[in-house]
Design a protein around this ligand. Structure first.
Ligand code: SF4
Length: 326
């Protein structure tokens, strides 16, 4: 490799960048043989969200998550629900100047229990996430990654040292789907999920069900069996409803019946905690105890109405409920 070429080893794309060239994520570039980032401390989206919105259902329910994102992403899903920022250059978004210290300060001021790196793809603002997470930990806050999980093993293991919870998108269960629809590969995402579990991160999985593209129940069942066998039957799985966006505007929203059937398939495969998301007012948002079948977290939308878990156990039958509850 020429001396001025730099290889980015953050994600499986391993971009080889000439001087001033940017990676596929639009935010990392080669400056005089050194890999630099354009978005450190420059979020384009900052909000206080209920943690349920991430979605994280087994992580400090009913609390606020200070949520932020920068421009850019290392995948290019044609259905992206946040494409205005994820598929934008950082010079085309309106960015704040918010160094890690300011993020932690604001999170505390708004009484959030966690900071969520979310909306676009936190992997690509890795250094910003890492430094903020370290500071947040020191101040007693937790850190949540909402990610597609497209990252190499070494940086991921290091990041897991400061991350407490993650919602990982498992977008489909074939490599072809990842290649043709998302411009990535499946295997690194599966490996990311394994590593996060090994490293003790509280992992939840989201599968966005898209009509005609990934709503094949045979593949949904295969995915669920993989989760049970490799990650464990206590990993919460969210089936999320697709709405027409970005390059898939002509497709119809996922029928609620499809989501319900996917939920049944997942439970049949052995998953204990299965949710249906993005469908306001529907059932499928409560956490049910896997032993006594009573509702232990009663939710409507992003709001928690009742909570029956003490020290991580069901108040009715003392069954352990996976999650971070205190
Ligand atoms: S993080 Fe960006 S620059 Fe680095 S390998 Fe991935 S897409 Fe390329």
């Amino acid at each position: 490799m020429s001396k001025s070429i730099v290889e980015c080893l953050l994600c499986p794309k391993k971009c080889k960048l000439a001087h001033k060239e940017r990676g596929d994520c639009r935010v990392r570039f080669n400056q005089d043989g050194k890999l630099m980032t354009l978005i450190y401390g420059k979020p384009c989206a900052v909000h206080v969200d209920p943690i349920e919105k991430k979605p994280m259902f087994h992580f400090l329910p009913g609390t606020g998550a200070f949520s932020l994102a920068t421009a850019g992403c290392n995948l290019h899903c044609i259905f992206c629900q946040n494409w205005e920022i994820s598929q934008a250059n950082p010079e085309d978004t309106r960015n704040s100047d918010l160094p890690p210290e300011a993020v932690v300060e604001l999170a505390k001021r708004y009484r959030c229990r966690s900071i969520a790196y979310t909306y676009s793809e936190p992997i690509i603002f890795y250094e910003y996430v890492y430094d903020t997470s370290q500071l947040a930990r020191e101040q007693g806050l937790k850190n949540i990654l909402v990610t597609a999980g497209y990252i190499n093993e070494e940086p991921l293991r290091k990041l897991c040292e400061v991350i407490d919870g993650a919602n990982v998108d498992l977008k489909g269960f074939t490599d072809r789907y990842y290649r043709e629809i998302c411009f990535g590969r499946l295997k690194p995402v599966l490996r990311c999920l394994e590593i996060m579990r090994e490293e003790g991160v509280m992992v939840e999985v989201t599968n966005l069900v898209i009509p005609t593209l990934n709503d094949d129940f045979y593949l949904i069942e295969k995915m669920c069996r993989w989760i049970v066998e490799v990650l464990g039957d206590d990993v919460p799985l969210h089936f999320s409803r697709f709405y027409p966006r970005y390059k898939l505007k002509s497709l119809y929203p996922t029928p609620v019946a499809t989501l319900k059937k996917a939920g049944e398939v997942a439970k049949q495969a052995g998953l204990k905690y299965v949710y249906i998301g993005n469908v306001p007012g529907q059932e499928g948002e409560d956490t049910i105890c896997s032993q006594c079948r009573r509702v232990v977290v009663d939710r409507i939308g992003y709001q928690v109405n009742a909570f029956f878990i003490t020290d991580g156990h069901c108040q009715f039958c003392n069954q352990k409920i996976a999650g971070v509850w205190e």
